[in-house]
Design a protein around this ligand. Structure first.
Ligand code: ADP
Ligand code: MG
Length: 400
């Protein structure tokens, strides 16, 4: 199935120089890394290459310095975090190409690791300048891309390098691509998709693509309100994009033609004010929402019906919470359905893949994340993949 080369396809790389694109765009506060999840994701690739005796040069971007050296965005700040995750000393090199990198390579021994400077300090990175890719490649023998989260961008270190050096998918990239292939590329059917979140406008292309791919589309969150409104339901003060009603109708029509069943809530949790446990909280049928109420979660009956849908499915892909889950009790639908999906996955009847910043937070909040088959932490790249787009960083690995 793998149409790309992985670290298993590397021959003897002892003493060879690996240029490894990773995601080190770490959340920081007061100069300290607050979450090292992304480093841990790339550790298997780094350590595998070290064990093979390669000299490992890490390439990554940090923030948006727009082609200038910005001292507060130097990757030197993540050296400690990387050292502590991989349990090895890491050298910092304040360049990405040229003689300084060449000298550093001379100092490194097989199995050593260095972090090169923030790739976005050079204008050619985001322009995907082939000159920059060639200059970087001068100091390397092969290229490994382990940053799925940056693969939706065709930049010199996410795409360009794959054209000038032998290219391989790292372990984390490989795991992500294999999980995504199982979820939408070549899934076991029936397939269900949950799409929630705040707005239809942010996920129009996702919805349009999914209705042609999946058997069941479960729409929740604020975006369900636009679909309900398009079906002539009065959604009161709910978050709703009334101008997108015609688009919602089109999506429903495409679903119908494609044999995709769209599930909209028929009961909902509403309140007059958006606050934790408000006095006006109540559950009602969708056609009973009052003019001064807003829909903040999917209702319990609908959740039960959705659980029954998931029980008939073999594959689930999930992006977007079903309600305003950050505020009690509007997390109930998301938490209950996530628990059902986690249990079905744990018993082996469902492959479940989820992604999206708030989705990951919601699944963690539900205590369901560990039982999902795969959780993608790649925001933009995950959504573009859900839109059915080919990601340039992935496409470049597919060549032979
Ligand atoms: P992700 O980051 O996983 O892609 P989104 O950013 O699209 O998800 O959406 C998450 C946001 O949607 C959350 O902040 C949540 O509070 C909000 N949301 C979900 N349901 C509703 C609703 N009924 N009304 C208002 N906001 C909602
Ligand atoms: Mg979000």
């Amino acid at each position: 199935m793998a149409k790309f080369r992985t670290l298993d396809d590397l021959g003897d790389v002892n003493g060879k120089v690996a240029l490894v694109r990773v995601d080190l765009n770490l959340p920081m506060q007061d100069g300290a890394v607050t979450d090292d999840t992304r480093v841990r994701a790339s550790a298997p690739t780094i350590l595998d290459l070290c064990a093979k005796g390669a000299k490992v040069l890490l390439l990554a971007h940090f923030g948006r310095p727009k082609g200038e050296r910005v001292s507060t965005q130097s990757l030197s700040m993540v050296v400690d975090a990387v050292q502590s995750v991989i349990g090895k000393e890491v050298m910092f090199v304040p360049e990405i190409a040229g003689p300084v990198v060449a000298q550093s390579v001379g100092i490194l021994r097989p199995g050593d690791v260095a972090i090169l400077e923030n790739t976005r300090f050079w204008k050619g990175e985001e322009k995907n300048d082939p000159e920059l890719a060639r200059a970087i490649a001068e100091n390397g023998d092969f290229y490994v891309n382990d940053a799925f989260s940056a693969a939706h961008r065709a930049h010199a270190t996410t795409e360009g390098l794959a054209h000038v050096l032998p290219a391989y998918a790292g372990r984390s990239m490989q795991a992500e691509l294999e999980a995504l292939e199982k979820a939408l590329g070549n899934p076991q059917r029936p397939v269900a998709a949950v799409v929630g979140g705040a707005k239809v406008s942010s996920k129009l292309d996702v919805l349009k693509h999914l209705v042609t791919q999946v058997d069941h589309l479960i729409i929740g969150g604020g975006m369900a309100n636009t679909f309900l409104a398009a079906s002539d339901v009065d959604v009161g003060k709910s978050l709703c994009e009334h101008d997108l009603k015609p688009t919602a109708v089109e999506i429903l029509e495409t679903a119908d033609k494609s044999g995709c069943t769209v599930h909209l809530p028929y009961d909902v949790v509403v309140a007059k004010e958006f606050a934790a446990n408000p006095a006006s909280l109540r559950t009602c049928a969708v056609h009973e929402v009052a003019a001064d109420e807003m829909i903040l979660d999917v209702g319990p009956q609908a959740v039960e019906a959705l659980a029954d849908v998931l029980k008939t499915c073999r594959t689930l892909v999930w992006n977007g919470p079903l309600g305003a889950f950050e505020t009690e009790p509007f997390d109930h639908a998301t938490v209950s359905l996530a628990k059902v999906a986690a249990a079905l996955t744990a018993e082996g009847s469902l492959v479940s893949v989820a992604g999206g910043g708030d989705t990951v937070a919601a699944l963690n909040h539900a205590g369901a994340a560990d039982d999902f088959s795969y959780i993608s932490t790649a925001g933009g790249a995950f959504l573009e993949w859900m839109e059915g787009k080919e990601l340039p960083g992935v496409a470049a690995l597919h060549k032979d």
